[in-house]
Design a protein around this ligand. Structure first.
Ligand code: NAD
Length: 490
């Protein structure tokens, strides 16, 4: 192998950004195709990446199957934990470089990109520690028998991830799958995949054997659909849009392959009149505008009890007018959206709110002109049935909705087809418990939102937000299968 290092932000890591990582080697896509990445802060070309297709996915699946039959498949849980621990340390040693690369590729302000890199290290650390803590059980059974369960890897796991939080999503899905002893084929998003490639290089440096982790960049309609339909893949973890999730589940069903779907949301924060507003305010705004609103768990609906509605509205508006938008490397509150396409989608939602009370917008930093910027926009007095209160916008747009009482708040909060995250701000203990139980969501936060990133906290949705759980210890059950053994011994 003699990689030709193109002039790319990953050159310092010693591999060609236009290569796939398969069976421990960097190689160009077999059909020779490349795709161009853009810097969303400037609209300029960033570098080339490989355009992997069916043949590269075939090669990656064979490499993963081989790893399962040899080194990685025979490793002990403690060996896998140590490998992940070394990987975590390597990620931590390169946090600044990873953050720079992610800022250029995704358009994240540096501080957010750095937090994602630290989270990637933390996922590896968490799953390193968990690898040798997963075990089966002995089962009370008939006289003369001993019965027990074994937790086993699926085999080859496919991971299809989006562009918005590449490092965090890779950490939570690949980290857990590797800990359970699976060999992974990762298909990062075509819009942003550089940190996935660096992660593969660091995994190799950490001593993961060839084929334990393979990365094939490419288009969803080519490499992505080849992976989700591949008969050699034993489990698919998908994070992305509802429409793609439906396609992936449909195609995996043809070979009855289990699928975890982490899809979108329309998450609500519910503010009661007894809440500590000083504590709530930063969460109400940040959970909507973080990563320029391109967050599955973005809190795009703020439900406010009428008696404090005007107060919360004016305090949020104050925050909004101070928000600065600009080049990711300038590290302001918001960077650009990922692409001109995403900018057009979000702008068209904002136009659909032209009949609404637009109470505040942020400011564009003067140096930022050519990127895919959308100003954060706050709408008030929005009907719960308005399109802006029902559909996932995936941009920096929040709607304020007044409510009267607990029943009213619940009906509105549960009144979309999604169910990813919700939060409740109240000091009434009984109400905290009633709301936590009645809200239709995979995660409910009381007097906080997002809880420190929540590496330890199982995450996933109900309804159109998907099914299955990643993060926390729970993910290890999703990335393994249970075998029951009954021994007749008299
Ligand atoms: P997307 O569905 O367009 O793409 C996600 C991934 O799927 C990419 O890697 C893409 O190449 C691939 N893909 C596209 N078409 C495919 C196909 N036919 N077969 C196989 N793979 C295919 O989503 P996106 O626009 O990149 O991401 C935004 C969406 O992701 C939003 O809806 C957001 O809410 C959701 N999301 C969810 C979570 C979560 O944890 N629940 C996290 C991040 C993003």
């Amino acid at each position: 192998m003699n990689p030709k290092i193109t002039d790319s932000p990953v050159a310092a890591f010693g591999f060609d950004s236009a290569h796939c990582f398969i069976g421990g080697d960097w190689k160009p896509a077999i059909e020779g195709g490349v795709l161009e990445l853009e810097n969303p802060s400037t609209g300029e070309r960033l570098c080339s990446i490989a355009r992997g297709t069916q043949t590269d996915i075939d090669a990656a699946v064979v490499a993963a199957q081989t790893a399962m039959q040899t080194g990685w498949g025979r490793s002990t849980a403690v060996e896998r934990g140590r490998a992940l621990q070394r990987l975590s340390q390597l990620v931590l040693a390169h946090v600044d470089a990873l953050a720079q690369i992610e800022s250029l590729d995704v358009g994240k302000p540096l501080k957010q990109a750095r937090a994602d890199a630290v989270a990637l290290a933390r996922y590896c650390e968490f799953y390193a520690g968990a690898a040798d803590k997963v075990h089966g059980e002995t089962l009370p059974f008939m006289e003369g028998y001993t019965a027990f369960t074994l937790r086993e890897p699926h085999g080859v796991t496919g991971h299809i991830v989006p562009w918005n939080y590449p490092m965090q999503i890779i950490g939570r899905s690949v980290g857990a799958a590797l800990a359970m002893g699976n060999a992974c084929v990762l298909k990062p998003a075509e819009e942003a995949c550089l940190t996935a490639l660096v992660f593969a290089e660091l995994a190799s440096q950490a001593g993961l054997p060839a084929g334990a982790l393979n990365v094939v960049p490419g288009l969803g309609s080519e490499a992505g659909s080849a992976l989700s339909a591949h008969t050699g893949v034993n489990h698919i973890s998908f994070t992305g849009s509802f429409d793609t999730g439906v396609k992936i589940q449909t195609s995996a069903a043809q070979s009855v392959v289990p699928v975890t779907l982490e899809l979108g949301g329309k998450s609500a924060q519910v503010v009661f009149d007894d809440a500590n507003l000083d504590a709530a305010l930063p969460f109400l705004v940040n959970a909507g505008i973080q990563n320029a609103g391109q967050t599955c768990s973005a809190s795009s609906r703020i439900l406010i009890q009428r008696s404090v509605y005007q107060t919360v509205l004016s305090r949020m508006a104050e925050h909004y007018t101070a928000l600065q938008v600009g080049n990711a490397l300038d590290d302001l509150h918001l960077g650009p959206l990922i692409s001109v396409r995403q900018k057009d989608i979000v702008s068209s939602y904002i136009e659909q709110g032209s009949d609404l009370n637009k109470v505040a917008v942020g400011q564009l930093h003067e140096a930022a002109a050519n990127g895919y910027f959308v100003l954060p926009t706050l709408f008030a007095d929005v009907s719960p049935n308005h399109v802006l209160a029902q559909e996932e916008i995936f941009g920096p747009v929040q709607v304020l909705i007044p409510f009267d009482d607990e029943d009213d708040a619940l009906a509105i909060a549960n009144g979309t087809p999604f169910g990813l995250v919700a939060s409740v701000w109240t000091n009434d203990g009984g109400r905290q418990m009633r709301m936590a139980k009645a809200l239709r969501a995979g995660q409910v936060f009381i007097n906080n939102y997002g809880a420190g990133g929540g590496v330890e906290l199982p995450f996933g949705g109900v309804g159109k937000s998907g099914h299955g759980r990643e993060k926390g210890f729970e993910a290890l059950y999703g990335f393994s299968t249970l075998k029951t053994v009954a021994v007749a011994h008299g």
